[in-house]
Design a protein around this ligand. Sequence first.
Ligand code: SF4
Length: 702
Amino acid sequence: ALNVPDKKVDSVCPYCGVGCQLTYNVKDNKILYVEGRDGPANHQRLCVKGRYGFDYAHHPHRLTVPLIRRADAPKRGDFTMDPERVMDVFRPASWEEALALAGGKLKEIRDTYGKKSLAGFGSAKGSNEEAYLFQKLVRTGFGSNNVDHCTRLCHASSVAALLEGIGSGAVSNPVMDVTKAEVVVIIGANPTVNHPVAATWIKNAVKNGTKLILMDPRRSEMARIAHRFLQFKPDTDVALLNAMMHVIVNEGLVDPDFIASRTVGYDELEKNVQSYSPELMAPICGIDADTIRYVARLYATSKASMILWGMGISQHIHGTDNARCLISLTLMTGQIGRAGTGLHPLRGQNNVQGASDAGLIPMMYPDYQRVDNAAAKEKFEKLWGMPLDPQPGLTVVEIMHAIKDGNKEGKIRGMYIMGENPAMSDPDANHAREALAALDHLVVQDIFLTETAYLADVVLPASAFAEKTGTFTNTDRLVQLGRQALDPPGEAKQDLWIIQQMAMQLGLDWNYAHVSDVFDEMRQSMPSIGGITWDRLEREHAVTYPCRTEGDAGQSVVFTDDFPTATGRARFVPADIIPADERPDAQYPMVLITGRQLEHWHTGSMTRRTMVLDAIEPDPVALVHPLDLEEMGGKPGDIVTIESRRGTVSLFARADDSSPRGAVFVPFCYYEAAINMLTNAALDPYGKIPEFKYCAVRMTLG
Ligand code: SF4
């Protein structure tokens, strides 16, 4: 029978942070179909990406042999996926030659220009073990902390606020706790599109009586079932949240015992919110004072209130301030440390939590141990057997600037990029592309010739998600096992093997025989996962951290007794209104908001090569308010051109009244209309996250 699998392999979904468990049904090294498994986060449910988004692994565009850039090929020029034109730019090479050139040239740059002349981007799509080895390679092989990944573009500001306020950057309660909450607040997130199976649990909770308060400048599908929907004006999060706190403080709805016994800094916060009355903030945020009062009371007085948020909160130059306000709301009402309460920044990629935990960030070793802390540095020097740089490294956008504009000492000249696509995902992507093209040497490890790989000097063909085994940590802090179901095509290799080969080229003597050897080394340095053994993962498939000893069941709700700060107390941090870096004006009168679509994943390299998903959403679209479109004399399906001070794209207009008038929403997955060419690279000063959610544009027909 044609469609009868010859093996079934239990694994997890490669896309979002919900972390749905699934089974690959495989025949002749091809996935035939996928089924949902009874995992803790999904209980057999899958969304359209998890169910149909697997055949990219078999796509003819897969890289199957190492590539070396031809000496006469220009670094710039139109990106192409045409295999024949690709061969005008690259030539095939043996692994031996490609690795010698890739690693040898990086080593030469390091030895000539110093340790800070190199940088690396790892991936939130890779396993924990890949993230751990990659950051170890940069810290020990390159010799600096210039290592980062797409968490910088996603929740870096949330993490900065959480570490500062409550001592831990991860969620306090799992998504499933929405079923135990009386009130759920979702702000700046669209779970139906970005965390679809999580959205189904929220909908089930609402059906059973949970009151959903949805706050967002765009009306998402969740608004249909919301108890209240607050469509506040873009960029006014702090005004709205401070006004809610003003109500809670002045109506005596705070939890004085919680504040007194478990927090510090309340007096300053209380004083700060006095100037944010609902009446004063209503015209700023566009929500009337009565509604602000109503939702503030509801949140504060319910038996269990939980807050979930996404990029709408984090991707602003005041992203850290936005998250600080959410933390303060939670702390002043004591809505944390119990089932159905707490703070849940919904994680984007399937392993963005784990990659950050594993140290794929420039300021922290694994388990958020600071590189500038002498004791932590000594610990890792002992574990890794060499001296380490005590200075935090550069972040994603800072690295792009250090390539183009860095002074002699601070200039980045060589990069190793594994599985990330900054040519599409970075803000002001024209600048990012120019920077990547200006590197003396760029090594890219990926499964497709992405827009970033197209600029590389050496391209190393890697393994797709289903072609390797490793651990992945979902948004709930669940460490889960992804198992190999397929062999990589042609001469493509598993990423762990490639990282180790690169390490050897840089003079490191590594020899991890199995992925579990890497995981064991991680456990030695990461107390949070100390009790999670490989055997246990094989047996139980998923274990929640913190899990400090082998008998520990893992803790899904944290902060029940204290916070992991030096004093055990949480800290209130007041925030004031800071306007967006670039406001609309006469020349650029509209606001651009970027984000994702249900069917496509991030820069589209996987889902746009997936038959079903690409058939549903094949073309780049801009979601424009119907009245704005009409005013321009346009209709749905017309081509519109959107322009900012940094770039221009043309794409199809789709009438969509979920955005407010004057705002246009564009997904960032389409290479033909790479919307990040328009976005602003201005950074939040704490999380160093760019302001993807707000910049000024103009739109014209045609
Ligand atoms: Fe995959 Fe997320 Fe969909 Fe689950 S909800 S199937 S993890 S994309």
